[in-house]
Design a protein around this ligand. Structure first.
Ligand code: PAF
Length: 326
């Protein structure tokens, strides 16, 4: 299967490495020319903690190129799927211009972001596209420009966007269905637990809640996820953020699990040693995704006429950590 992956961060490298290893034709689109060069010279490596052998892909087994060349290449030689593994801030910054030449094409896209807002943006930008949102719990950490550490196996849920599109009168197009099933098979073969969901929006909001509680606190305190559970004060602040977020969900009519709090604690436990993506951004002095995580809760609250002082405050705290925050 021919797949374009836009974004060569931790998740992009992980997906690329495992999909190339199982025989797919992958073009990996990077933001820096330096990374493209490194990938074609040294190839791509996926490694694991202990018993599992690392995956080594040589540079001639795939194409790595600067992302600005993507639209022209795609128009000349389309792929079956485009995966977008860019962070929210970068996605909103570069995709409108990058994907404009594909506006009239019936392309197939899967988006793997934390937070919300990107699907609506893509829907408007690409009215003819077959869009899927992905929610993944795969834990990956980029160690170098060409090496990713697969820290923990998770699940990846894919769902057509907007949710219920096919239920609103349109019959699912058989070809699209065959296409998504072959993609699921390719992901399964590559070792991912990939599943289809009819409620991917609920899953997105479930993950948003987890990220809105774990990510900013781990980033401010510079602790791994498990470090949140080791003191009463930390857990109280988590609980306060959680309670405020739940009141937003309730005001906006967004479904949430009755055991959502326990889920957050379980995520902290099961990823205890992991550096959250926001902490990784802060450590690397990169802009964070706070605007699309806690910031989106603030926007939702505002639209419902509610005050969310904690989420508003935590956004400002994180934004103030980097001078490049946009
Ligand atoms: O953003 C992240 O790092 C992850 O979504 C999560 C679940 C917080 C685990 O680190």
């Amino acid at each position: 299967m021919k797949i374009d992956i836009i974004g060569a961060g931790s998740l992009g490298l992980l997906l690329a490495g495992k999909l190339i290893h199982t025989g797919n034709e992958v073009r990996l689109w990077c933001r820096s020319v330096e990374q493209c060069r490194e990938l074609s010279n040294s190839g791509l490596t996926v490694n694991y903690e202990e018993d599992q052998a690392e995956i080594k892909i040589s540079g001639d087994q795939f194409i790595s190129a600067p992302v600005r060349d993507f639209p022209a290449t795609y128009l000349r030689e389309p792929s079956e799927w485009i995966f977008i593994t860019l962070k929210q801030n970068i996605l909103h910054h570069i995709l409108p211009e990058l994907l404009l030449p594909l506006r009239q094409r019936q392309i197939h896209i899967i988006c793997f972001q934390n937070g919300i807002g990107h699907m609506e943006m893509l829907q408007e930008l690409l009215p003819l596209a077959d869009l899927y949102a992905a929610v993944t719990t795969e834990a990956a950490k980029r160690k170098t420009l060409t090496t990713v550490f697969h820290a923990g196996k998770g699940e990846t849920w894919l769902g057509n966007w907007p949710v219920g599109k096919h239920m609103l009168g349109k019959h699912p197009n058989d070809q699209d269905e065959v296409k998504v099933i072959s993609l699921l098979e390719a992901l399964l073969l590559a070792g991912f637990t990939a599943l289809l969901s009819k409620e991917v929006d609920t899953m997105i909001y479930r993950k948003l809640l987890i990220n809105a509680v774990i990510n900013p606190l781990t980033a401010i305190w510079r602790i791994p996820n498990g470090g949140l559970l080791v003191s009463k004060q930390r857990m109280q602040l988590m609980r306060d953020l959680y309670t405020e977020a739940i009141s937003v969900y309730e005001a906006c009519g967004i479904a949430h699990d009755v055991n959502a709090w326990d889920n957050i604690l379980e995520v902290c436990e099961s990823t205890a040693g992991n550096t959250s993506s926001m902490l990784a951004d802060v450590i690397a002095s990169r802009a964070t995704e706070i605007r699309w995580i806690n910031g989106s809760l603030v926007d939702m609250a505002e639209r419902s006429g509610m005050a969310v002082p904690l989420h508003r405050w935590i956004c400002r705290l994180i934004e103030g950590m980097s001078v490049e925050e946009r």
